[in-house]
Design a binder for this molecule. Sequence first.
Ligand code: UDP
Ligand code: LCN
Length: 807
Amino acid sequence: MSTLLQTILDGPEKGALREFLQQLRQQGKTYWLRNDILQVFYDSCRCFPEREAFIPHASLAKLLDTTQEIILEAESACFVLRPKIASQTAVRLTTNLDLEPITIPELLDIRDRLVNHYNPQEGDIFEIDFHPFYDYSPLIRDNKQIGKGVQFLNRYLSSKLFQDPAQWLASLYKFLRLHHYNGTQLLINERITNQFQLLEQVKEALLFLDAYGAKEPYTNFRFELQVLGIEAGWGNTAGRIRESLELLEALLDAPDHQTLEALLSRIPMMFRLVLVSIHGWFGQEGVLGRPDTGGQVVYVLDQARSLEQQLQEDITLAGLDVLKIQPKVVILTRLIPDHEGTRCNQALEKVYGTDNVTILRVPFRDFNAAVTQGWISRFKIWPYLESFAIDAEKALLAHLQGHPDLIVGNYSDGNLVAFLLARKFKVTQCNIAHALEKSKYLFSNLYWQDLESQYHFSLQFTADLIAMNAANFIVSSTYQEIIGMPDSVGQYESYKCFTMPGLYHVVDGIELFSPKFNVVPPGVNEAVFFPFSRTADRLAGDRRRLEELLFSLEDPLQVQGYLADPRKRPLFSMARLDRIKNLTGLVEIFAQSPALQEVCNLIVVAGKLRPEDSDDPEERSEIEKMYRLIEQYHLQGKVRWLGVRLSKADTGEVYRVIADHQGVFVQPALFEAFGLTILEAMVSGLPTFATRFGGPLEIIQDKVNGFYINPTQGPETADSLLEFVQKCEHYPDYWHQLSQAAIDRVYSAYTWKIHTTKLLSLSRIYGFWNYVSREEREDMLRYVESLFYLLYKPRAQALLNQHTQGL
Ligand code: UDP
Ligand code: LCN
């Protein structure tokens, strides 16, 4: 129970707490969330400056700072407290100011009562609880270590395995014998018949290698090694093979976790990778900015390219060029017959600049052509995924000519399909969320029934629970994506305990302390996005053309608005035109600050210019709002809105042109899971102001290499932009300082090389442990399957029925 709350009740602030709760009650609202609670409190502090309890450092302030929710019931107030990251408790405070603990099921009942969905006479509600299934896995204790799962897991499992040397040797031997490529044995062959012979042969091979210099190519002695039972895969030169075999020898003699990690990251186990990204328009051109089509497409394409390169390097280093092994990376997505001029109707498309990265498009089955021929909102895609996975399995086998070695899912739909495929192929499953919608839409679970016809969150959240628990490992872009910050709940954390009134209660939805979580941030495509000062790499023609497009071109089909004084410093933003991206919010902030308008213009690249051109209800309503704001605040001459779809190369140059004008990039989202545009702008050298809600908090270090803004506080945001612009006027170097700091930040922490090296290392290590401990996870996977078949599938079928009836 809360000691802080008890201290308040036992001390002089007791009265103030009672008074504060009274104030909340008087407002007639029963459900209070943190921001509103604090707002009421700080308003009281202003009204009663003389009252000691109403000061920001009083115990009451500290308590409210850790309070996520207050639910007011007739006879009590329920406090949901988050005293530290990833830990939550609930307590009831009665009208007599007595404290009682509240269990998780009780808390979920209270929330149901709040929305009139508590019907105990109809029996208990279905409870989802993953807790018992995590007993197979060790748990991290220190919350600072969350997100560094692989080191922890490797250390833990190694020590467990090494305690039983006989089992350890047997597992290692079996694992090494496992590796083949298209029927060719790798690593060790049948001449080594058991684990005991393995050590003898390794020693023999090391003796044999003494005769060769470190640089001697493997091909010169390949067949001699084969006779000793040693196959390709240990290295491309005598020196590299020696190093690898010495690692193996050490592991057989006196195992330790570092040596195991070093050996595993050398072992060639990854040749065929599948990246699943289904919703939206997946393509290389003309798709970004379309509904549901943004950062994930950029991320997956860049990641696929980088993975191929890294795999190729690893294969060469492992000495597998002799076998003519070529890595294959497949991006599995949906084929859209009504392709609207994109290439989304092509079954196979090679990714530019690669040898073996292919986009493989599999159509949704034609349940109802009116729906399945065109783009389907990511919120309505659920009924098509199981049959998609069945068809994709065949298409993958045909294309890859073998099983994949790793399946990486992206977003809720891709992760669900990755789960189904990984189960079929019996391979490692990696999850990447990109953004979990549950955190984006306030009350998305509590009021799911009201939102169901548009968003179908009952399917999405069930799919999320299935995929995140089934995954062998989860890659997140930031630490706070997993468990949030001291004052905000993480995206994964929000799945820990929640109610879907009338459908189910999640009493333990995900183990946040599981070592499956790993933070591996993405990078930027450095050939496209680079600092504006690298003039030799920029094309003068593009620069002029885009300068004109941004600042002066008159073309009502592409651009709305003109700039009366184009010399003013440009504030720039670019995003899909959906509500959460809040570009209309940025226009409003600008509109309400005449001082900012004095010194800056606003330029936004977003969506389309005509509502009738959009199929997406959110995009249509944002377009209409944008026009309303421009009209209402007389922004003509101050704002330019480009409804264009830029090529990738042009996007890179657009940031640089804005930087030529010493502009500023503003990212005003109400919530941003990560925010690739922030990396792109920063690496181009643009001082960046980004939302403090979500991933940008980790990318940017406030006032060092960028700035945080709170887009819900318009005047405050306008003031901080203004302050920066004024400072730049006074100290011309200031803009350059910030610009350089932004560039340095990206190059030091956000590159694809760093990302893929880590991802592949994770894949190998989790792959090994998946093999060694598979049986221990089977009960979890069976539970997950039952949720899929008994909960998800009937709801997906019901949605399909609606689609086939044209609803
Ligand atoms: N983008 C674009 N044109 C647009 C809007 C976005 O090229 O009109 C690109 C942008 O450069 C970035 C990605 O789409 O690479 C958006 O990624 P981000 O992570 O910022 O947001 P998301 O759209 O994924 O939520
Ligand atoms: C989805 C989002 O909403 C963004 O915040 C991310 O940057 C993008 O995916 C790539 O992970």
